[in-house]
Ligand binder design. Structure first.
Ligand SMILES: *[C@@H]1O[C@H](CO)[C@@H](O)[C@H](O)[C@H]1NC(C)=O
Ligand SMILES: *[C@@H]1O[C@H](CO)[C@@H](O)[C@H](O)[C@H]1NC(C)=O
Ligand SMILES: *[C@@H]1O[C@H](CO)[C@@H](O)[C@H](O)[C@H]1NC(C)=O
Ligand SMILES: *[C@@H]1O[C@H](CO)[C@@H](O)[C@H](O)[C@H]1NC(C)=O
Ligand SMILES: *[C@@H]1O[C@H](CO)[C@@H](O)[C@H](O)[C@H]1NC(C)=O
Length: 333
């Protein structure tokens, strides 16, 4: 409904009252490209606001094919449609695109041309979440800074998929079916946020980028952590590993004594002891494990401690725990 109103209001000024046929403007819409007064050409199925002529809004219009994209566009909104393919020529004129929003469509990996993105030499933000991709599209622009491709059916990530993306900062790969990432993250020297939760990983990805601040690995099948896991991740602040298969045996000693960590989520695993954590940690989630016995922790800065859903009883909590956990405002046992 909204789309229709916008379209009509955009066209009405063109309706010349002095002409014989008052509906002439309707016929002229048949040409693939119409000209608007201020911004330049705009495909009829989209909306190009005259006040912001470098953006093209084509979202939620039931589109099944790509509209043609005038070369002046920097921001293209195509989300919430039913587009299943991007041919090699679909974006040939879109040489200035900086943002391309294509989430919630029906894209398949077979539908994307090998050279579909070859003209996009300025693209920084590409949203492809909630499509039907089975692999990361090949030949993505290396200029990307933010790539979101979560909620697809990707089962594998290979080194060539991400190689050379020096500026990639955010990578959303969660809720796919990834079993193996190999060393595909190796060249992502700028990456600060990696979300690979909700996949089928049985081990932590190799070669994690050293700039990472946030690493989300929840809801995989990881049972153990490599010895030097956090040694190189000196910037890491948030580590989430809830809903995995972690056991005490799978944790190398002292693994979480990493001074940068602010939040550590190990809930819904199989731990029997409270692991040793850095004295700077502020939020520790350990609920729904199998923790029992008297191995409490002492921390002057911990604010959140969740221990509910374990095998602890009140007498397992040392009587001086309030001294130990001076700042903790939320302790759940
Ligand atoms: C690209 O621009 C050329 C020249 O304006 C035009 O003929 C062609 O249809 C455009 N292609 C697409 C896919 O927009
Ligand atoms: C995705 O692909 C699968 C099989 O290829 C198909 O069954 C499913 O309906 C597709 N989903 C969408 C949203 O197109
Ligand atoms: C990364 O960004 C810098 C600075 O904006 C730019 O010079 C460089 O070409 C970019 N790298 C890639 C691979 O696009
Ligand atoms: C944890 O790391 C800090 C800083 O690297 C170090 O001083 C401390 O001794 C370590 N704690 C344990 C129990 O190894
Ligand atoms: C709390 O009591 C335990 C023994 O029950 C002791 O080892 C620990 O040092 C005490 N901690 C503080 C802060 O008093």
């Amino acid at each position: 409904m909204r789309a229709v109103i916008i379209l009509l209001s955009a066209l009405l000024p063109l309706c010349p009252s002095h002409e014989q046929d008052p509906f002439a403007w309707l016929y002229s819409r048949r040409s693939a490209i119409q000209t608007d007064n201020a911004g330049g050409e705009c495909p009829p199925e989209c909306d190009c606001p005259p006040t912001f002529s470098i953006a093209m809004y084509c979202d939620a219009r039931g589109l099944t094919v790509m509209p043609s994209v005038p070369s002046r566009m920097k921001y293209l909104y195509l989300q919430n449609n039913a587009i299943s393919a991007i041919s090699d020529s679909a974006l040939v004129n879109a040489t200035n695109l900086v943002w391309l929003m294509m989430h919630h469509n029906r894209l398949t990996s077979d539908g994307i041309g090998e050279k579909a993105f070859s003209q996009l030499e300025r693209l920084e933000r590409f949203y492809l979440q909630h499509n039907n991709l089975t692999s990361i599209p090949r030949n993505l622009p290396r200029t990307l800074r933010d790539l979101r491709i979560n909620h697809n059916n990707i089962d594998k990530v290979t080194p060539s998929d991400l190689e050379g993306m020096d500026n990639l900062t955010i990578l959303h790969l969660h809720d796919n079916a990834i079993t193996d990432m190999g060393a595909s993250l190796k060249s992502l020297t700028s990456l600060t946020l990696l979300d690979v939760s909700g996949n089928k990983l049985s081990k932590v990805p190799e070669a994690l980028p050293e700039r990472l601040h946030q690493l989300y690995l929840d809801s995989n099948s990881i049972a153990s952590l490599p010895e030097a896991f956090l040694a190189t991740l000196t910037q890491l602040q948030y580590l989430r590993m809830a809903h995995n298969q972690l056991t005490d045996k799978g944790l190398p000693s002292n693994i979480f004594n990493a001074t940068g960590l602010v939040e550590l989520d190990l809930s819904f695993n199989h731990l029997e002891r409270i692991p040793l954590v850095s004295s700077a940690l502020q939020h520790l989630y350990l609920q729904a494990n199998r923790i029992k016995g008297k191995n409490f922790l002492c921390s002057a800065v911990l604010q959140t401690l969740r221990l509910d859903g374990n095998e602890l009883s009140q007498q397992d909590i040392p009587s001086n725990s309030s001294l130990c956990l001076r700042l903790a405002s939320s302790i759940d046992v």
